[in-house]
Write a protein that binds this ligand. Structure first.
Ligand code: ZN
Ligand code: ZN
Length: 172
């Protein structure tokens, strides 16, 4: 039952009271639990929890080989177009950021229900524009900075500052 709570927490949904999320979901169980939860709630299953679980697994692996990522992430069509992303890229970026926003330098604003500092991963050239899902196009941002990169008046300047400061980034 605590596995179900854990998948709920990964999906950002409330979990069953009294059943704190426990992190021992087997990799073959996660997609099954996610599918059941989505069926029960009538929501589209986008594999989000399964992806996030893969991110958490990848974060525990040594940083020896940088993930290659995907130059042209495949579009997957359900109700909205989505791109298939590599959990190892997200894991790598989160470990590089080490709990701090790569734009403003502040600590992540909170710890998630499963004990991770909450940061969002942003693609500088968006996947919709044809950007790659690679570590050279991806940054970890606090939610405020993330919104500013999408909606802010200073979004171009914010992006330029990152290209100057972080040597791993490559313009696309
Ligand atoms: Zn920030
Ligand atoms: Zn973004």
């Amino acid at each position: 039952m605590q596995n179900i709570s854990y998948i709920c927490a990964l999906l950002g949904r409330p979990w069953v009271t009294g059943l704190k999320p426990a992190k021992n979901v087997g990799s073959h169980n996660a997609p099954i639990i996610e599918r059941l939860l989505c069926e029960l709630s009538g929501q589209a299953n986008r594999g989000q929890a399964t992806f996030e679980l893969e991110v958490i697994r990848s974060k525990t692996k040594p940083l020896r080989t940088m993930p290659g990522g995907t130059q042209e992430p495949k579009q997957r069509y359900d109700t909205i177009a989505r791109h298939g992303r590599d959990p190892r890229v997200k894991a790598w970026i989160l470990r590089m950021a080490d709990g701090q926003c790569e734009s403003c330098g502040q600590q992540a604003p909170f710890i998630t229900a499963i004990g991770e500092p909450f940061l969002e991963v942003h693609h500088l050239r968006t996947l919709a524009e044809g950007g790659s899902d690679t570590v050279s196009n991806t940054v970890a941002l606090c939610p405020n900075c993330h919104r500013a990169f999408h909606y802010g008046l200073q979004q171009v300047a914010l992006k330029e500052a990152l290209y100057h400061r972080l040597p791993r980034l490559v313009r696309e």
